[in-house]
Write a protein that binds this ligand. Structure first.
Ligand SMILES: [Zn+2]
Length: 196
């Protein structure tokens, strides 16, 4: 397993946190448990209280889309994040933004020079902008987002020659695993479309 796959697996671990139907305290530097029993996880909050069955957490309509990210600097993870839009009720709480914030806090600097960002899904416009602004060294993503991706699919923000900083970019690392997690999520979340 090369380093890109190694770190992408960490991002996948982070993404799976979205399916745990929990509002456990956010810990940007602590790895999520691999197989912690649900009893170790806080009770669902009022946001997610409609399901008391741990097995049905993935079907909870309030669950966040499972996207995870880690920031790596000098061979260690200095920031983690997973999508928390629903939990935080915050449209900007994407995995990448949270991981970048944690990395900046760790380094004490918003310039994330030398930092590599690994994320399970191609970054959106907002996150691509944040990646550029943070001067991230390299972006590695898993699944392509052909509907909203901003790293080559729909937009190509991070490689726009008009920008004063362009991170290195690699897409498709563990793409099948990253995409499978999303497919499973949407298969259990989406209701049939209504016609009324
Ligand atoms: Zn985003």
């Amino acid at each position: 397993m090369n380093d890109d796959e190694k770190w992408m697996r960490e991002a996948l671990r982070e993404a799976r946190q979205c399916l745990r139907n929990t509002e456990a305290p956010y810990s940007p530097l602590t790895p999520p448990p691999l197989d912690s029993p649900h009893s170790d996880i806080r009770q669902a909050s009022s946001v997610n209280r409609q399901s008391n069955n741990p097995q049905s957490a993935i079907r909870n309509p309030q669950s966040d889309v499972p996207v995870g990210a880690v920031c790596v600097w000098q061979g260690e993870i200095i920031g983690r994040g997973h999508n928390r839009r629903e939990v935080e009720r915050d449209p900007t709480a994407h995995a990448e933004v949270l991981a970048l914030q944690a990395a900046a806090t760790h380094l004490g600097d918003w310039h994330l020079t030398g930092v590599m960002l690994y994320v399970t899904l191609e970054p959106c416009v907002m996150c691509a902008g944040a990646i550029w602004l943070a001067r991230v060294e390299q972006v590695v993503f898993g699944a392509w987002d052909e509907r909203a991706g901003a790293c080559g699919s729909v937009f190509d923000i991070v490689r726009d020659p008009r920008l004063n900083h362009r991170p290195q970019l690699r897409g498709g690392v563990l793409a099948d695993e990253c995409a499978a997690l999303l497919k499973e999520f949407f298969a259990t979340q989406r209701k049939p479309p209504t016609t009324t």
